[in-house]
Write a new protein. Structure first.
Ligand SMILES: Cc1cc2nc3c(=O)[nH]c(=O)nc-3n(C[C@H](O)[C@H](O)[C@H](O)COP(=O)(O)OP(=O)(O)OC[C@H]3O[C@@H](n4cnc5c(N)ncnc54)[C@H](O)[C@@H]3O)c2cc1C
Length: 471
């Protein structure tokens, strides 16, 4: 741990002892195993510093005291949520304090009158879904793939997920936040409000700030009436172009599915391997998984028939309808665990975002480039909102893998720009895309971002080295 440049053992001892008096001795430890890495693929993730003190505060006041202490001693603080991030955001890249939010896991209120949930930042997505589902007729729609992610992590990453097509991303559900500034001050941003036009919107600045501006300690989240019944359609095609080209037509038809996911067949096989479950259709090279919702079976059948009509025009080989709960859960599980199944052989998973109508062009050009370079790139993910993921694989490559990977990544990012997109739709910049953001963003915007960081965090102690570097 680096307690200032001239930090001696005594200063270090003082910091640890003060951390203990703030959070309690049993919640301060130099045992960092299990806190150092997130889900970023091993080949590209930064090296973590093991010289961290892990502190697990119980409440906002303790977080505030910890930040004051860190600011006084100029010690880096790395906030850790569920550790499911894919861009290295939670990795402690230098000695410092690792602030784990795991004990701040209380659901404070499910407000049925205002349709809102109030919870601490360490509540997991699964915990929140369970609490909301206990109230008949209510739901929390955002569903990024890993349910062990925490609400704080989801907020500061503006997480998306499969249901964004109809219900949007985290930003659309956050109406209030309690945050602790790097200097220790506690702020309440927003509230149980649907509208708020009071000054600059700090709430929305914090959403997506990737743990670099403040620590989120509580969130007020919008809930919506439960969507009702769902059907999950599996639609195989014999090529990716036809599958993806049908997506804008579906979106234009007036049926807005919850989810339109694209998967090439190799991705599906990876999901099958991890889950031990079988995808309902064996053939085809590219599949769409579409979830529709409706009040009753008639509405579901009507929506499914419209989608069937469109996709058949684009050459769908079949349209399989999953209507049972278990059947639908199994399909979703295979889709959700694709990343897990490919992780060991993955160099990086890109999440370029392009206008939805450009997805087919983007995927086609990238597939051709991958073939030209000779690198395997699997495509799967959120076709309905222009955010198909690209899993760049190391399998079969020799020492030249890094050069081939960088060539492909550079191509994908150039294509994103050319087609009016951006380099990350939901996984964020973290450490792994820091240079890429710098290369793709106008200097003036970078300068503005650095200035904002300096205002929030004058001593650059909160998650230093992530998203942007400040001098
Ligand atoms: C299998 C799998 C599927 C995924 N699918 C999706 C998907 O569909 N859509 C999507 O958007 N993402 C997806 N992700 C990525 C990941 O789940 C999200 O980025 C999520 O938001 C991370 O939350 P976390 O709590 O795990 O954060 P962490 O990984 O712990 O941290 C991520 C960043 O948030 C900061 N942070 C965490 N908590 C706080 C807090 N309370 N205050 C301030 N900063 C904080 C950390 O410092 C770090 O910079 C997936 C990941 C996996 C492994």
């Amino acid at each position: 741990m680096n307690a200032g440049n001239e930090a001696g053992g005594e200063r270090l001892d003082e910091v640890v002892s003060r951390l203990k008096s703030i959070a309690g001795s049993r919640y301060v430890s130099s045992e960092s195993e299990g806190y150092l890495y997130d889900e970023t693929p091993v080949l590209i993730r930064p090296e973590a510093s093991e010289k961290v003190v892990v502190v697990r505060p119980e409440n906002t006041e303790q977080v505030s005291e910890i930040m004051k202490l860190a600011n006084e001693f100029r010690i880096p603080v790395f906030v850790r949520g569920g550790g499911t991030g894919l861009s290295g955001g939670a990795i402690p890249t230098s000695p410092g304090i690792l602030l784990s939010m795991e004990r701040m896991n209380r659901i404070i209120e499910i407000d049925e009158e205002n349709l809102m949930a109030v919870c601490e930042a360490g509540v997991t997505l699964r915990q929140l879904i369970n609490a909301v589902e206990r109230i008949p007729g209510l739901s929390f729609p955002p569903h990024p793939g890993d349910e062990s992610a925490q609400i704080g992590g989801l907020v500061v990453n503006n997480a998306g997920g499969a249901r964004a097509v109809k219900y949007g991303v985290m930003r659309n559900y956050v109406v209030g936040l309690e945050v602790v500034l790097p200097t220790g001050g506690i702020l309440n941003l927003g509230g149980k409000l649907i509208k708020n036009a009071t000054g600059y919107d700090l709430l929305h600045l914090v959403i997506g700030s990737e743990g670099t501006l403040c620590v989120v300690t509580k969130a007020i989240l919008r809930l919506i009436p439960e969507p009702g019944l769902t059907y999950t359609l599996v639609i195989p095609f014999d090529n990716h172009e036809s599958a993806i080209r049908s997506v804008p037509e579906i979106l234009k038809s007036g049926v807005t599915p919850l989810t339109i996911e694209y998967m090439d067949i190799e991705s599906i096989k990876a999901g099958e391997r991890v889950t031990g479950k079988r995808w309902p259709y064996r053939g085809g090279k590219a599949h769409l998984m579409i979830i529709v919702d409706g009040r009753d079976e008639d509405e579901l059948i009507q929506k499914s028939e419209i989608i069937e009509g469109i996709t058949k025009k684009f050459g769908a080989l079949d349209v399989l309808v999953g209507s049972g709960r278990k059947e639908q859960r199994d399909i979703l599980e295979i889709r959700s665990l694709i990343y897990e199944g490919l992780k060991d052989e993955t160099i990086e998973v890109l999440d370029v975002s392009v206008p939805p109508a450009e997805i087919a062009e983007f995927v086609s050009r990238c597939q051709r480039e991958a073939e030209r370079i000779g690198i395997e790139v699997l495509h799967f993910g959120h076709a309905g909102d222009g955010n198909v993921h690209q899993q760049i694989m190391k399998s079969g490559l020799g020492e030249e893998w890094e050069d081939m990977y960088l060539r492909f990544k550079d191509f994908a990012f150039r294509m994103a720009k050319e087609l009016g997109g951006c380099i990350t739709g939901e996984h964020g910049i973290g450490v792994v895309k820091k240079k890429d953001m710098e290369n793709s963003m106008p200097e003036k915007m970078m300068e503005l971002m650095k200035s904002i960081k300096r205002v929030f965090d004058p001593n650059n102690i909160l998650n230093p080295g992530k998203v942007i570097d400040v001098d």
